[in-house]
Design a binder for this molecule. Structure first.
Ligand code: HEM
Ligand SMILES: *[C@@H]1O[C@H](CO)[C@@H](O)[C@H](O)[C@H]1NC(C)=O
Length: 328
């Protein structure tokens, strides 16, 4: 009897190992909206209440968390690598110091608070990557945008790559061709890229990211009234690098299609924003979204599901992190 049970245990272990080896690359396929139905049925409502508190205290927190999810998913998949601090034993240098992120990404404390609330209700069960996916969905909904069902079951990376963050994330000076290429590199279409850029309907950018554009240094025509207003707090020189402007001046904190109407009036804040409406391939789609909020909402939700399904490379060591800032 004992012998049987030992050998059957060995057999089960062997099967599990085989599954672990052969299934490493099938993380995306394994995502499911029901993933925590048995192990943490309260997760959706816990994340939602924590995000509701954060957004009520500061609407920009919703925008900041949404951007964290983008910067997570574009760097080795949605594995919460962006949340890792530099490793204390110098195993890796984290993504927070990469140039698109340094002095720019925010919302880490919000994610910590959401994760703490989730841990209090289901210990060591829900990954930071899933917390970020749910928190981003809730941020959009709380700011007035669309809702969608979030597929769950992501795991957290034990390591991060500053170099990958520097190469994978598009910058504000990007051309349309390079924006299309950086999304294509992730399996996302130009349409997904334009819809996802609609996230800039909320949040703020620093003067340093749009100074050239509003001070006569941009080949893409800029609305003169708009540029003159922005120059007051963001002059050509004079140390105002950190002064903030809304990415969508029409409705800065509402998740609507105002961003696209602004683009059509040449009031895109970043050069990369205006590239979407500059006589090129995305003009028609920008016009469509500008006039049809429901079309934007629907495309944005679908594109978020696709972006949220980007999986870490085969062989990435994964776990469910207890503290989103460091490996267990
Ligand atoms: C298409 C290429 C994109 C470029 C070049 C880009 C670039 C930028 C830049 C430069 C900022 C301002 C950062 C700062 O001043 O500190 C920003 C802010 C933001 N981005 Fe993007 N972004 C892109 C796509 C996206 C996508 C796909 C999302 C989400 C789905 C997103 C969400 C946001 C949000 C919400 C903010 C405001 C964050 C805050 O207020 O804290 N962006 N982006
Ligand atoms: C520039 O913006 C103003 C609103 O500030 C708008 O009335 C005008 O039509 C815009 N100009 C162009 C060329 O789109």
């Amino acid at each position: 009897m004992a012998a049987v049970s030992v050998s059957s245990r060995v057999f089960v272990l062997a099967l599990a190992l085989l599954a672990a080896v052969t299934c490493r690359g099938c993380l995306a396929a394994a995502l499911s909206t029901k993933y925590y139905d048995k192990t943490c049925p309260a997760v959706q409502s816990v994340v939602r209440s924590a995000m509701a508190r954060a957004v009520a205290a500061d609407p920009r927190a919703g925008a900041s968390v949404l951007r964290l999810f983008f910067h997570d998913c574009f760097v080795n998949g949605c594995d919460a690598s962006v949340l890792l601090d530099d490793d204390v034993s110098s195993q890796f240098t984290g993504e927070k110091g990469a140039s698109p992120n340094l002095n720019s990404l925010r919302g880490f404390e919000v994610v910590d608070a959401v994760k703490a609330a989730v841990e209090a209700s289901c210990k060591a069960t829900v990954s930071c990557a899933d917390v970020l996916a749910l928190a981003s969905r809730d941020a959009v909904a709380l700011l007035g945008g669309p809702k969608w069902n979030v597929k769950l079951g992501r795991k957290d990376a034990r390591t991060a790559s500053q170099a990958a963050a520097n190469t994978n994330l598009p910058g504000p000076g990007s051309s349309l061709a390079s924006l299309v290429a950086s999304f294509a590199a992730k399996g996302l279409s130009a349409r997904d890229m334009t819809a996802l850029s609609g996230a800039h309907t909320v949040g703020r950018a620093r003067c340093v990211t749009f100074r050239g554009r509003v001070n006569g240094g941009d080949a893409d025509a800029v609305n003169a009234t708009f540029a003159a207003q922005l120059r007051q707090a963001c002059p050509a020189s004079g140390g105002a690098d950190g002064s903030l402007a809304p990415l969508d001046a029409e409705t800065p904190d509402a998740f609507d299609n105002g961003y696209f109407r602004e683009l059509a009036q040449r009031r895109g804040l970043l050069h990369s924003d205006q590239e979407l409406f500059n006589g090129g391939s995305q003009d028609a789609l920008v016009r469509k979204y500008a006039g049809n909020g429901a079309a934007f909402a629907s495309d944005f939700a679908k594109a978020m599901v696709r972006m949220g399904s980007l999986a870490p490379a085969v062989g990435t060591p994964l776990e469910v992190r207890l503290n989103c800032r460091r490996p267990n």
